[in-house]
Design a protein around this ligand. Structure first.
Ligand code: ADP
Length: 343
């Protein structure tokens, strides 16, 4: 018979039987030793008292236990429905109170998880509505152009125009799709950044090589000032991607004949990479918003883009323990500063 498997009722009966047996045994023993009948009388009286006391204790304990069980059930019901914080159980230092504290902690953990799930759901809803918003225009354009091509006779020149339009819209959709895949892989941890000691100069060279052609086309000068031997603990490929996004914007939003200057400074805890341009600048009121997914300023809709570059860049840099800052003046230019931790 295992004690911890016994029900409370059987345990009480067992204690009662044990007490009765012990009292009878002691009484019998004393009576056998003394032969005094008073012993029998006292023994019977004491046994009766002990049994009554025990019954009283059992009743009291049973009542207390049932009160506690009711409290516990009420609290658990509240927790299941999710809208009540468990109130403190009456006892402050007993076993019941310890259960109460743990329930409180469990409730807080459940609430935290619930909040996280709600936030993720809201984020997902926003993402889906953002994507559908982004996809709507190119898809509508594609339908319109293909309908026209199918239903009307067009000249060779018009046909080329329409096909170029189709190409532009499919490029936009492809870019959007690639960017979304990248961000979702980064966010869900499917892609892990692999930080290792490597030369920042090489990372910058990788990023710059991709904008040189576009910069030349707009006659924008690009200068880079970075120590060639500066080794930094970072993910070179993804950092190059983030820096490319900043450089690509600098080219896109800087007028013909402008200037892009990239400088690197070594601080005590961080390495700071500045990407400065002489472009159109960003008003102070928009400077926080430009890092949001799909945010584009109203005045840039003549330029290609879907508003994901800065979001992705910030995601990549924060995942490495760094951050991005912007300072800008409308009409004069912008400076994007990337701070990457030394270790
Ligand atoms: P996209 O360039 O595709 O619009 P981004 O996320 O890269 O998306 O940038 C968000 C917005 O921030 C841009 O639409 C633009 O309004 C502004 N922006 C970013 N970089 C610059 C810059 N160097 N100069 C001026 N405006 C910028």
């Amino acid at each position: 018979m295992k004690l911890n498997r016994l029900s409370v009722k059987s345990l009480c009966l067992l204690i009662g039987a044990g007490t009765l047996f012990l009292m009878l045994l002691l009484t019998g023993l004393f009576f056998a030793l003394t032969g005094d009948k008073m012993i029998l009388l006292c023994g019977a009286g004491l046994t009766a008292c002990a049994l009554i006391g025990l019954a009283f204790l059992v009743l009291l304990f049973g009542k207390r236990l049932s009160l506690f069980t009711n409290d516990l059930c009420r609290i658990l019901d509240g927790m299941i429905s999710g809208n009540e914080e468990p109130e403190e159980l009456l006892d402050s230092e007993t076993l019941f109170a310890r259960i109460g504290h743990r329930l409180s902690r469990l409730y807080n953990i459940m609430q935290e998880n619930r909040r996280k799930v709600d936030a993720e759901r809201a984020e997902l809803q926003m993402l889906v509505s953002d994507i559908s918003h982004q996809v709507k225009t190119p898809v509508a354009n594609l339908k319109m152009v293909t309908d026209t091509l199918l239903s009307k006779p067009v000249t060779e020149a018009e046909r080329t125009d329409f096909l170029q339009g189709i190409r532009g819209q499919t490029d936009k959709l492809d870019f959007l799709f690639q960017a979304l895949v990248k961000t979702s892989r980064l966010e869900t941890g499917t892609i892990r950044l692999e930080k290792k000691d490597s030369l920042l100069f090489d990372t910058l060279a990788m990023a710059c090589s991709e904008i040189v052609y576009d910069a030349e086309k707009k006659d924008i000068s690009v200068s880079v000032d970075c120590p060639e031997d500066l080794s930094l603990y970072h993910d070179s490929k993804w950092t190059a991607e983030a820096l490319f996004n900043l450089l690509d914007n600098a080219v896109k939003y800087t007028p013909v004949g402008g200037k892009i200057v990239v400088t690197v400074e070594q601080w005590e805890m961080y390495v700071k990479v500045n990407v400065a341009d002489t472009g159109k600048g960003i008003s102070e009121s928009n400077q926080a918003a430009i890092f949001r997914r799909f945010y584009r300023e109203d005045r840039v809709h003549d330029k290609p883009g879907v508003g994901i570059g800065l979001y992705l860049a910030r995601e990549i840099i924060t995942m490495q323990g760094g951050y991005i800052k912007v300072s800008s003046e409308v009409g004069k230019g912008s400076v994007f500063s990337v701070f990457l931790p030394i270790r």
